[in-house]
Write a protein that binds this ligand. Structure first.
Ligand code: ACM
Length: 637
């Protein structure tokens, strides 16, 4: 009997063990992860040992804020107390494999140890550690009735690239200092280390420059418009220009410090000579064009004709004048202060999408071309870039621009951020220039994540699975020149912080895994399982994300007898699509999609929702039949 009981309780244990086997879902995927048997359970009193180092503040901050808040545990840092639950150790002799950002994380049934060469490694280790606990650990309020367990594991981890960036456009819409801090808080969870702030554009100048007060008195403000950016009615003279904002130099210092404590550099972008309408409106003498004093900061009305591609034809001259010495004095002042405010080694100077049609008409430009022997408008821009390069270098900074700076002859020391696909970056790397890859094809977070029938409409789409295909270091180039990769969140259509989050996640997970994890560790099926786990974590953390990956992909065409045929597929496996044509709301009692549909003759709407088992996971999508017909007939909407 006794023997029987033992066997019985062993079975129970095994069953319970199997049931509770925690899922390990770490994003980005670590270099090496070995699981053991058993789990560690977080006690109510957590004794922590840690090196006394100023840079440990935020490493411990993760425990003191995120862990203590959800679990209710008390965190006591005291190296003199015995039996630490969590130990942070800085290696006395460098563990070469780990570099400056790597770590080793060991979870045993008794406790957790994180070792690294530098505090940054401990910071990334603690982010991984949080992901080993149940998702509720990310709750913004205390959660009861949870066993705070983490599986026994041994992890060795370090990044593939040193440049792991996210760009946040704070010009098209202004985002407050606390929004930017939130953006940083979110990105560090996924081991990003570079925040590129796009600080200036046609829609607003966002950084205080002493001695140039109009940049922020005038250039930071515009008329507020809501709808589809790019199609807004021109602002009337009496409409208040009270929408916008800027960061004072103290704000910038605070943000730089906030980022630094979290092992993030901030790279400023001053986008010139195009995208400069806010500067031109503030100081019209910087323009080659007479009448620039009548311009206003753009509110989203049409100012460019894109019908001939890049560069566009400008309807108003949004450029700084390369033939005007005042422009270089202006840029010298700006770069002096920007260089002082941002310790990061690069200044991004933009250089993209610079229209040349006003330059073509300008006598000043014609005289410059004659004097300098410049034959084309690209060479005029290259002349400007080379002068700007000298200014930037004179401030002790490196010069970096979008890939248009290659046109007309690249400045000798320039680094290139490749956005028009990979080709500019490949070309630059082959010439021996440093490159950061951030191609529209994989890394543009402003693009729609699903069908435009439900997403806020913009001119291009980028689904999560495509984002995950990003490979920043193509075989054809010497990998030493590829500093890393970056995703860009332009905000023409992003009006608030919740939507900024929606656009960033989950595609930000995919880019994080691309720039951190070894190439051979990438695996879409495993990644997507982790994404779903992290949706739960973001829910707990109250961070918004897009569920678009669950929504159907629609295709429409005409049958041989001209009937409309609608097909649907899904981006991920294991989903069922339920639909209706009768305008009611489908659920899992409705017809399940099993192949091409021909809508009933007078139907006006196809409604679809995706399920995983019995759970609705996608959104209720209402697709007008007329839209499907228009697409089938290739009528552009
Ligand atoms: C860009 O997207 N114009 C760099």
């Amino acid at each position: 009997m006794k023997q029987l009981l033992t066997v019985f309780s062993l079975c129970l244990c095994l069953a319970a063990g199997a049931q509770n086997k925690p899922t390990i879902a770490i994003i980005p995927e670590p270099v090496s992860l070995k699981t053991g048997t058993g789990t560690f359970t977080l006690p109510r009193n957590v004794i922590v040992h840690a090196p006394l180092h100023t840079e440990m503040k935020e490493v411990l901050g993760v425990l003191r804020q995120r862990m203590a808040r959800s679990t209710g545990s008390t965190i006591t840092l005291n190296n003199a107390l015995p039996n630490p639950v969590i130990s942070f150790l800085l290696n006395k002799t460098a563990d070469k494999k780990l570099g400056n950002e790597g770590y080793r994380l060991s979870v045993t049934t008794k406790g957790i140890t994180i070792k690294a060469n530098q505090p940054a490694g401990l910071y990334y280790g603690v982010q991984t550690m949080m992901q080993l606990f149940p998702k509720e650990i990310e709750s913004t309020t205390q959660v009861g009735n949870i066993a705070w367990t983490a599986p026994v594991t041994e992890i060795t981890d370090y990044p593939r690239f040193g440049w792991r960036g996210l760009m946040f456009d704070v010009s098209r819409h202004f985002f407050t200092k606390s929004d930017v801090k939130k953006f940083i808080d979110n990105m560090v969870r996924y081991k990003y280390n570079l925040l590129h702030l796009h600080l200036t554009d046609d829609e607003g100048w966002r950084i205080e420059i002493k001695g140039l007060p109009k940049l922020t008195e005038v250039g930071a403000w515009r008329v507020n418009k809501t709808g589809y950016f790019g199609t807004f009615s021109p602002p009337a003279p009496d409409e208040p220009k009270d929408y916008g904002g800027f960061y004072t130099q103290d704000d910038i210092r605070e943000l730089v410090q906030y980022a630094k404590e979290r092992f993030v550099n901030i790279m400023p972008e001053i986008d010139v000579p195009g995208h400069s309408l806010a500067a031109v409106v503030s100081y019209p003498e910087l323009s080659c064009t007479e009448g620039a004093d009548k311009y206003r900061v753009r509110s989203g009305e049409e100012i460019m004709d894109w019908s001939k591609g890049n560069p566009p034809t400008a309807l108003v001259d949004n450029t700084l004048c390369p033939a005007n010495e005042k422009v270089y004095d202006f840029l010298d002042k700006v770069m002096t202060q920007v260089a002082e405010l941002f310790p990061f080694e690069y200044i991004h100077v933009g250089g993209d999408e610079c229209p040349k049609n006003f330059w073509q008409k300008s006598d000043q430009i014609k005289a410059l071309m004659q004097r300098e022997g410049l034959k084309t408008m690209d060479e005029v821009q290259a002349y400007f870039e080379k002068r700007l390069e000298k200014i930037v270098l004179s401030k002790g900074k490196k010069f970096l621009g979008w890939d248009e700076i290659l046109e007309g002859g690249i400045a000798p020391s320039a680094a290139v951020m490749s956005w028009q696909g990979m080709k500019g970056g490949i070309h630059a790397a082959k010439m021996g220039h440093e490159v950061v890859m951030s191609p529209t094809t994989y890394a543009y977070l402003d693009y729609m994540q699903g069908d435009q029938i439900i997403e806020p409409r913009i001119y291009a789409s980028l689904r999560l699975n495509k984002t995950y295909e990003f490979e920043p270091a193509p075989d054809s180039v010497d990998a030493r020149f590829i500093k890393g990769g970056q995703a860009n969140l332009w905000t023409e259509q992003v009006y608030n912080m919740r939507h900024a989050e929606y656009m960033t996640w989950p595609r930000g997970f995919a880019i994080a895994e691309t720039v951190w994890s070894p190439k051979e560790k990438k695996n879409w099926d495993r990644f997507f399982t982790k994404v779903e786990n992290h949706f739960g974590r973001l829910n707990m953390a109250e961070i918004k994300y897009a569920p678009s990956v669950y929504d159907p992909i629609f295709k429409s065409s005409r049958t041989a007898d001209r009937q409309l045929k609608i097909e649907m597929e899904t981006e991920v496996k294991g989903l069922d699509l339920y639909y209706s044509f009768d305008n009611s709301f489908p659920d899992n009692y409705y017809p399940k999609y099993a192949g091409a549909l021909v809508p009933p003759k007078d139907a006006v709407m196809l409604k679809v929702i995706s399920y995983k088992g019995k759970q609705p996971v996608g959104r209720m999508i209402a697709m007008p039949i007329s839209e499907m017909a228009a697409r089938a007939d290739r009528v552009r909407r």
